[in-house]
Each structure stands twice: as structure tokens, then as C-alpha cells.
Design a protein around this ligand. Structure first.
Ligand SMILES: [Zn+2]
Ligand SMILES: [Zn+2]
Length: 736
């Protein structure tokens, strides 16, 4: 029936005139396999199809014409074509691109794009009833009311009819039996509201209006450009990029907004609703299965105009995407570490370039990578320098902990304690920031010096006093706090070392017993509604002192907050990785930005044992650009990203000897290549994780080296035993 198929125009998503097609299957398979197209079946590139694989039947995607590697008579046939819009060509090319870039099997990347159980099944219908021409022989007042309600011609369920008419369900059912109400099938799923691009926006300042006009012009031109929207906290970046969103909606295009922490976006959704009159669709791991299916299907059918989502939203099947916004583009949460190790921000730039539309990268503390891309002209930079309205930037002071140490057994310097007391007296809110969950990061035996570690990881167990347990933050292992030391058996000899947020809360309760305190960390807030509740309480001034981990750093606007104390500003600098300084600066700058966003000026105090450190000096002086320039120069000297390339390769196995043997063999087989050096194998900083021994290689290469080709040359033909896992991370962010 090839002639019938060929009548479909051969556009980008056109029919394939062939009796063999290649189908990519969402399993860890490197390439698509050929399948026979049965006579009479029409197949387009991108179609979702059911195919046999071994003894199973699986859903795959038609990737293109067959390769012809296997003879037609030996091929298995496609079982059926699923009734759904085909996967757009841009998304298929993105899947291939990401697979190539991350050195991952294409099938594993495809899995990211069809991770919505049930979305490919036909949409479910429910039965509703509309008024027909037949009237019942016997009329009652209740029947009359029900018929009147249905008189407007809309279909309703039995329950809806009964409720609106104020009658019982049985009255409605009686009318169904009498043939007065006729059944119709309607979709079970609620439709998506249309955001109104012309709804009343906020009044933009001259600076904001100019930035918005530049973004709008790019959207209107529908060409690829990456724009860095760079502005201090409170400068109105969101309002500015909303204008670009409005421009895309006016053109009938779909829009994707990526946020790093989707569970914390209630305030963002409200702002969106205020500007556009309705909420956008959401996409993140907390969505119920049903809602995932509805959103995925709605996106695929072009019925969803705007999606706000976490990094995985990048792989949604938008047929007509016209703009991507990456908010907080510097945030490490955009980097996926497990499975396919991809950076959603960077891959979003790829999707925009494949789809030929603009992408906006927004941040108050942009990553060095993006800043360098802007300086070198690959990205366009749009800057907002003023805080919107009357708010001014907070004043930042470093507290030298060497000359102002806390009392023994305490963690807050007298300087900070005095400031908190002042804020309390003035009826203003304070926030104490410590990026450490739990009560104490280490439990130590006073008698023998034993440190309690996770049995499956080389990491200390963290005491969670509220839950009365010790927990591993790497694998989730937990156990009750033991009475006696597990090593020497001494009773009551275990002591908590160092502070977590729970311990700071204890200290605050002793210092300010009258203050109302909220501890905000992922341990005591499960799910978005818990977050919403606590943040609403803070906004309603039901809290005097907020004690929080990085959850409080991001995106929230606390109008009554005037004082921020960073309990341990040096914390992020301890783990010596290449971005430690940059990331500490970004995080603390964001925390500082929480203070003084309304009329009251904010003050920020950084407790540091090394206030002369470049990061502290930059935070105090507010000279971000100088700091970034110094960071850039330091990295350029040693050819580290973005001036050179890195690849992390981790070898792990349940058996330490096996992991070491394989790593040694890999070291022996490192290919020779110009401008590439391979460091290792060395025990990874997390040398034991979930019971697996881990060894690390670090590949360091020049900017122009094709590191993917190097990895293929090194690893493709290597015989790796089944128990051993070799994971490759291009442009790693974690060095654990
Ligand atoms: Zn002991
Ligand atoms: Zn563990």
C-alpha cells in the first residue's frame, strides 16, 4: 500500500515511503532497530508504535527509514500505530543530540521523553447527558426542574444535573430510563485554560521596558538566540521575561519555563496568574500520574500554551514551541546526575537552536559559563541594574568569628545575637541560613573517638533529633540513635558535633524563648502544600525567626524580612571542587537577596572564619563582576571549564577488588590523544555509596577536543563485567 502512504506530503514529519522503518525503543539501546511495516499500515516518522522485542511488546518511536542491515524477510512487523500526534522532529533530533553529547544510549534519552504512563492510551471518556426530544409521560416538580436545568443544551453528569436542579440522583436516572436525557461521551480531563497575553501587566520601569522590548523583538522574529537576562534580586526579571512569554502567546506559540525547584513555585504560579489571568500547566516529579498524562497529552496535541516545569520538562513533545525561559540558570539542580547525565540549561539551548527560536537565561548570579558565553558574543546580554520600586540592595557585613566567637557550645556570634534582638524589638523578621539539614552532621564517641558512619556509604550519619534517628543523606539509610557506642560499648558517650538547622533552632529557643520560630528544611516540609503553608505563615507575620536550608534561598519574597544571618558562610568552600567559590557566592548572594525587598532596608551578616577570602570580600563589597573576572582568570590559567573540558568517569562494583581490577585495566587502555590527560583512577570522595566501591577518573581536555570521540575510543570495545558499572559524566558538576 505504499502508493496510499505516499499521498501524504513528505514534509519534515511526513510519511515514510518504505516497507521497512527504524524504531527507537526506550531501553538502554544505542540505536533504533528495523521493523517491517505491514501491508495497509501507514507510518510516519515520529509515530508511536507497538513493536515486538524478544517475548515482549513495547512502545517505540519511528525514527526514520530502515537501515537495511537485516533482510526484510527476517524482520518482525510493527504490531500497531498508536493514535497520538507523532513525536516532533525537533524533539527526535534533540534525543539524538543529547545521546551523542552525553555518550548515552539513544533509547535511554528517549525514555526521558515518553515518561508519562498512560499518555499514549486513548483519552478516557465519561458519560454525560443532554436533553433529548422525548418527555416522560408522568411529570413531577423534581423532573420539571431537572429538565429545565438541562434546557441550556450543555451535557452534564448525573451528579451535576442532580446538584444543579436540587433533586436526587434517582430523579435524573429515571429521566435517563425514560429516554428524556440522552447519553454522550465527553473527555474526563479538564481542558487547559488559555493565558491572556493582553491581561493587565505590571507597570515596567524604563529599564525593564527596554529589556522587555529586546526580548519581544527576538520572539517576534522567531530566530535562534540565547539571551542572558542578568539582574539583581528584585530587579523584575520575571516581569521582563513575561513580556517575551506574552509575545510568544500572541503568535500562537507554546512556551516552556524551566525552574530549578518546582516544589517551591507557588509564588511563581501566582505571579503568572496575576499577569496572564490563569495558571500555567505544571510538570515535575510530584505530579500525580493522571495529571502527568493530561499534561503530556495536552502538550503533544498543542492544547497546552505554557508549561512551567523542572528539568525533565525539556523533553515534552511540544509541536510548536516558540520560547524557552530558564529561570535561575546558574542553579546546579538543572544538572541531572543519575542515568543520562545532562545539563537541562545547556540542552535547552540546543533545543532552541534546533527549533530556531529564542531562549532566555535569567539569573541574579549567572554561572561563569554563561557569563563567558555572553562576553565572547555567543549569547546576548540584557542587564537590569536597579531594584524595582523603592527597595535597595541590602548591606552585607562579615562577622570575623576569630574575634567574635560564639560562646562555648553555641553557634551564633554575640554580634549576630544582638542584631536579632534588635530586629525582634522592632517587630521585623530575621532569617538564619545554614545549608545543613538535621541536628548535627556528625556523632562522635567521647570515649574511643569512633565516628558513626553509614554502613553502605563512606559518609557520616546525620543526627535528626526531631525524628530521633541517624540518617544517611546519600542513600536514605536510617537507624535510631544508639544508647551505647557501637564500637567500644561505652554508654552515654556519644556527642553531636557541629550544627544543623535543628540545633540552631534549639539555640534560638534558648536565646529568644518568646520568639516564634519556623524551621524550613526538606525534612519537615513534605510536598508543595506544606511549603505553601509555611511561606504563607511567614508572609502573614506569624513567624519572627526563620531558620532554613537552601530551600529559603530560592525565589521567595518575604516582605517583612530585614535581617539575614548566614551561620556558616565558609561551609560551601570546604569541598574544594572547581565551582566551590562560584557556587558559594551564588548561594549566599541569593540568600542575602531575601532581605529588604520591600520598603525596609535589609542587613546581612556572614559568620566566617576567613572574612579575607575572595568570596566574602565580593559579597561584602557587592562587586560581583570583579569576583567573576577573578574566577574566570583563575580557571583560564589552568584550563578548567569554561576554558577547558572535563569528563568524570566513575567505575563502581559491589566488590572492591573487582572495581579496582577493572579500573586498573581501564587505566592501561587510555588512548593517546593531543591535549587530553586522564587523571586517576583514585578512590572517589564518596568511595563507598549504597554498598558499591567507587573509583574515579577525571578526563581533562582542551576546549576544542571532541571529548565524546575520546570516550568512545577508550570505552566502546572494553569488556566490562556485568557487576561493574561505568558511568560517564560530560561537564560534571559533582565531583563526589
Ligand atoms: Zn566508643
Ligand atoms: Zn548511606
Amino acid at each position: 500500500m505504499a502508493s496510499e502512504i505516499s499521498t501524504i506530503p513528505a514534509a519534515s514529519d511526513g510519511a515514510i515511503v518504505s516497507d521497512t522503518v527504524s524504531v527507537l525503543i526506550p531501553l538502554a539501546l544505542p540505536k533504533p532497530y528495523d521493523y517491517k511495516v505491514p501491508v495497509g499500515m501507514a507510518v510516519r516518522a515520529g509515530d508511536y508504535v507497538v513493536v515486538p522485542l524478544g517475548s515482549q511488546e513495547l512502545i517505540g518511536v519511528v525514527w526514520g527509514a530502515g537501515s537495511g542491515e537485516v533482510g526484510h524477510n527476517r524482520l518482525k512487523a510493527i504490531v500497531e500505530v498508536i493514535d497520538a500526534p507523532p513525536m516532533p522532529e525537533v524533539l527526535r533530533r534533540l534525543v539524538d543530540w543529547v545521546a551523542g553529547y552525553t555518550v548515552s544510549p539513544a533509547g535511554s534519552v528517549l525514555r526521558l521523553a515518553i515518561r508519562a504512563p498512560g499518555a499514549l492510551e486513548p483519552p478516557r471518556l465519561r458519560t454525560a447527558y443532554r436533553l433529548g426530544d422525548v418527555r416522560p409521560q408522568r411529570m413531577t416538580p423534581a423532573r420539571t426542574r431537572a429538565i429545565e436545568v438541562a434546557g441550556d443544551g450543555f451535557a452534564r453528569t448525573v451528579r451535576e444535573l442532580a446538584e444543579e436542579a436540587g433533586v436526587s440522583d434517582s430523579v435524573v436516572r429515571g429521566l435517563v430510563d425514560a429516554g428524556t436525557f440522552l447519553p454522550v461521551d465527553i473527555p474526563t480531563e479538564a481542558p487547559f485554560p488559555d493565558p491572556n497575553p493582553d491581561a493587565q501587566g505590571v507597570v515596567l520601569s524604563a529599564e525593564q521596558a527596554e529589556a522587555a522590548a529586546r526580548l519581544r523583538a527576538h520572539v517576534d522574529a522567531q530566530h535562534f538566540v540565547a539571551v542572558l537576562l542578568d539582574g539583581v534580586t528584585g530587579s523584575g526579571k520575571t516581569e521582563v521575561y513575561f513580556e517575551a512569554v506574552a509575545a510568544a502567546l500572541t503568535q500562537g506559540k507554546q512556551v516552556l519555563i524551566l525552574l530549578p525547584e518546582i516544589a517551591l513555585t507557588s509564588q511563581f504560579l501566582e505571579r503568572f496568574e496575576k499577569r496572564f489571568g490563569c495558571r500555567p500547566a505544571e510538570w515535575h516529579s510530584d505530579l500525580a500520574t493522571r495529571e502527568r498524562r493530561r499534561v503530556w497529552r495536552g502538550v503533544a496535541e498543542g492544547r497546552v500554551p505554557v508549561v512551567v516545569g523542572a528539568r525533565s520538562a525539556l523533553f515534552l513533545p511540544f509541536p510548536d514551541l516558540g520560547l524557552i525561559v530558564v529561570d535561575e540558570e546558574h542553579d546546579a539542580a538543572f544538572k541531572q546526575e543519575d542515568g543520562v547525565a545532562y545539563h537541562a540549561r545547556d540542552m535547552a539551548v540546543v533545543r532552541a537552536s534546533l527549533g530556531k527560536f529564542p531562549i532566555v537565561l535569567s539569573s541574579a548570579t549567572p554561572s561563569l559559563e554563561t557569563v563567558v558565553n555572553a562576553e565572547q558574543g555567543r549569547y546576548e546580554a540584557v542587564r537590569l541594574d536597579a531594584r524595582h520600586g523603592v527597595a535597595v540592595l541590602p548591606e552585607v557585613t562579615a562577622i570575623d568569628m576569630r574575634s567574635n566567637p560564639p560562646e562555648r557550645g553555641r553557634w551564633l556570634s554575640p554580634v549576630l545575637v544582638t542584631e536579632i534582638a534588635k530586629a525582634l524589638a522592632a517587630g521585623e523578621q530575621s532569617m538564619l541560613f545554614l545549608n545543613r539539614r538535621g541536628y548535627a552532621p556528625l556523632t562522635l564517641c567521647r570515649t574511643c573517638g569512633h565516628r558513626i558512619e553509614c554502613p553502605q556509604c563512606s559518609a557520616w550519619l546525620v543526627e535528626h533529633r526531631f525524628r530521633r534517628e541517624l540518617a544517611c543523606h546519600h542513600c536514605g539509610y536510617s537507624a535510631p540513635v544508639p544508647k551505647a557506642c557501637p564500637s567500644c560499648g561505652a554508654e552515654d558517650a556519644l556527642v553531636a558535633c557541629g550544627p544543623g538547622v535543628e540545633r540552631i533552632a534549639e539555640e534560638v529557643a534558648e536565646l529568644f524563648p518568646e520568639a516564634r520560630v519556623a524551621v524550613v528544611s526538606s525534612d519537615n516540609l513534605r510536598g508543595p502544600s506544606a511549603h505553601e503553608a509555611v511561606f504563607a505563615g511567614i508572609e502573614a507575620r506569624e513567624v519572627d525567626i526563620i531558620i532554613g536550608t537552601q530551600i529559603v534561598a530560592k525565589g521567595h519574597h518575604f516582605p517583612w524580612l530585614t535581617l539575614v544571618g548566614v551561620v556558616d558562610a565558609d561551609l560551601g568552600l570546604e569541598n574544594g571542587d572547581l565551582r566551590a567559590g562560584e557556587r558559594t557566592f551564588q548561594l549566599l548572594q541569593q540568600v542575602a537577596g531575601r532581605a529588604g525587598r520591600a520598603e525596609r532596608p535589609g542587613r546581612v551578616f556572614l559568620q566566617s572564619w576567613m572574612p579575607e577570602h575572595g568570596v566574602m570580600r565580593a559579597l561584602v563589597s557587592g562587586k560581583r563582576d570583579e569576583f567573576l573576572a577573578r574566577e574566570a582568570a583563575a580557571r583560564e590559567r589552568v584550563a578548567l571549564p569554561p576554558y577547558g573540558r572535563l569528563v568524570g568517569v566513575v567505575v563502581s562494583a559491589p566488590d572492591a577488588g573487582l572495581a579496582q581490577r577493572v579500573a586498573r585495566e581501564m587505566a592501561r587502555l587510555v588512548p593517546r590523544a593531543d591535549d587530553v590527560s586522564v587523571l586517576g583512577p583514585a578512590p572517589a570522595p564518596l568511595a563507598l555509596l549504597r554498598g558499591r566501591t567507587r573509583l574515579r577518573f577525571l578526563v581533562k581536555a582542551g576546549r576544542s577536543v571532541n571529548v565524546q570521540a575520546f570516550i568512545h575510543a577508550w570505552l566502546d570495545d572494553m569488556k566490562i563485567p556485568n557487576a561493574v558499572r561505568v558511568s560517564v559524566d560530560i561537564d560534571p558538576y559533582s565531583f563526589m
